[in-house]
Design a protein around this ligand. Structure first.
Ligand code: NAD
Length: 467
């Protein structure tokens, strides 16, 4: 019997079938999760549609419920964290931080204004632009930050007056299911339904007749399928997809002074962050120094089971991803790159890979051109800044990027030349619930967070009153 249940219409629901969830630190199935049937998906959609009728009318109630939900997540973060660590791999402290952060997100949106604009008010007419909820939102999330990325959807969608059916990744279903169970005590029945299953369940959701909006976070390849599936019914979509973030070091930077931040932003969550630094461009004259500063940090990194005290980096989340990172590193090594440190899987069970710094990396190598999403970072030398910018932008990805300089103004000026949704200067991965986040090009459609993210869960309605 699965240890977690789905939440459908305010009830805890098991499924006839189950699937195994692997602990990536051991490589073994450690728990079962419910495999949602089509009938149960229909029931979840029906519950969400039914709950929408009252939920949409009670803004004060929604704000109160979101505050309570946020408080509850924060209070129970310590209890939920082991569930997240054992399915995702991240250290227990980071798991706790993720759940507290999700609570913070809910509370931030609980107080965010839903804007109404009066665009005309004269003796002829009063014209207001209002924001109306869409209806049922189908939310689909990936395995790297299952709780946090669900909160990025739940908070604005529910505040705007929508209801939701949420499906986490089959690699990390348990923490989202546990969140659904927890929040059913503070949200009216049917407002947030949480179901679990394989990729096909996601496809059933995007083609289901009930939802009016798909909010999707995941890979570019799946994002394209989601867009296709949503099109015949003209469902609204927000797509938060993959990234291949460049970090460009300018010629005045002190490598020793920025190495801690660069390393942290490349290896956070073991490199499994959509907007992690995935390639570093360093001026030729300081190239060796940059490589060595990063390698020194990689050598010190403590990798192990996330449940063990003192571990900083856990395993890669799943076997296909572990194999992909191994393959991209092997490809780079076979094509002239050098592993200054790391470069291979670690002995023993579980999907552990040595933190890897690759010198001699070039554009055209797969690990530079593709999204590695793991603990391996290529460092690429450049001669002129124009060349570095051109190479940084020569990609279908456009999620985020950063520029590093002794002069923050100069860094910001150059960063604005990056073709991406978030351009950081002397930092990377600095996020806030009020700051819109999304990608250019193949990295996404629409944004999440802030008022802009909230508006993505609404339709514009013009109320034109004749005088
Ligand atoms: P994925 O695309 O394989 O899966 C994401 C989700 O989509 C899962 O829940 C999966 O079950 C579901 N899914 C799979 N096929 C589907 C289909 N045909 N229709 C509907 N749903 C389907 O991605 P992943 O491997 O879980 O996550 C890693 C990717 O997510 C990386 O590319 C990463 O960059 C990206 N990501 C982006 C952001 C962002 O905000 N831009 C944040 C985190 C992760």
């Amino acid at each position: 019997m699965a240890e977690q249940t789905m939440t459908i219409g305010g009830e805890s629901v098991a499924a006839d079938r189950e699937f195994g969830v692997v602990n990536p630190a051991t490589g073994q199935v450690h728990a079962q999760a419910p495999d949602c049937s089509r009938e149960q998906l229909d029931a979840a959609m029906k519950a969400a549609a039914g709950a929408w009728r009252d939920w949409r009318k009670d803004e004060a109630g929604r704000r109160k419920a979101l505050h309570e939900a946020g408080d509850l997540l924060m209070a129970k973060a310590g209890e939920l964290a082991p569930t997240l660590t054992m399915e995702q791999g991240k250290p227990i402290g980071e798991a706790t931080f993720e759940i507290v952060g999700a609570g913070y997100w809910l509370k931030y949106f609980a107080d965010l204004e839903i804007p109404t604009e009066v665009i005309r008010d004269d003796d002829q007419a009063r014209v207001e632009v209002r924001r109306r909820p869409l209806g049922v939102v189908a939310a689909i999330t990936p395995w790297n930050y299952p709780v946090m990325l669900a909160a990025w959807k739940i908070a604005p969608a529910l505040l705007a007056g929508n209801t939701m059916v949420l499906k986490p990744s089959p690699y990390t279903p348990l923490s989202s299911l546990a969140m659904g169970t927890l929040l059913k005590d503070v949200l009216p029945a049917g407002v947030l339904n949480v179901i679990s299953g394989g990729d096909e369940l996601g496809a059933w959701m995007t083609s289901h007749p009930v939802p009016r909006k798909i909010s999707f976070t995941g890979s570019v390849a799946t994002g394209k399928k989601v867009a296709q599936s949503a099109a015949p019914d003209l469902k609204r979509v927000t797509l938060e997809l993959g990234g291949n973030d460049p970090a460009i070091l300018l010629d005045d930077v002190d490598p020793g002074a920025v190495a801690d931040k660069l390393f942290a932003a490349a290896f956070q969550n073991n490199g499994q962050v959509c907007s992690a630094i995935k390639r570093v461009y360093a001026p030729e004259r300081m190239y060796d120094e940059v490589v060595e500063a990063l390698a020194a940090r990689a050598r010190e990194a403590k990798v192990g089971d996330g449940m063990t005290e003192g571990v900083q980096y856990g395993p890669i989340n799943n076997k296909p991803q572990f194999e992909r990172v191994s393959e991209l590193v092997a490809d780079a090594l076979g094509n002239g790159a050098r592993a200054v440190t790391g470069g291979r899987a670690m002995d023993g069970p579980g999907y552990f890979f040595e933190p890897t710094i690759l010198a001699g990396a070039r554009d055209g190598m797969r690990i530079v051109d593709e999204e590695q999403f793991g603990p391996a970072l290529p460092v690429i030398g450049y001669r002129t800044l124009d060349e570095a910018l051109e190479r940084a932008n020569a990609t279908h990805f456009g999620l985020s990027g950063s520029v590093w300089s002794a002069d923050a103004d100069r860094a910001a000026e150059v960063a604005a030349e990056l073709e991406c949704g978030t351009a950081w200067a002397n930092t990377h991965l600095a996020l806030h619930p009020g700051q819109p986040f999304g990608g250019f090009k193949h990295s996404g459609v629409g944004v999440e967070n802030g008022t802009w993210g909230l508006l993505g869960f609404t339709e514009i309605q013009v109320v034109h009153r004749a005088r």
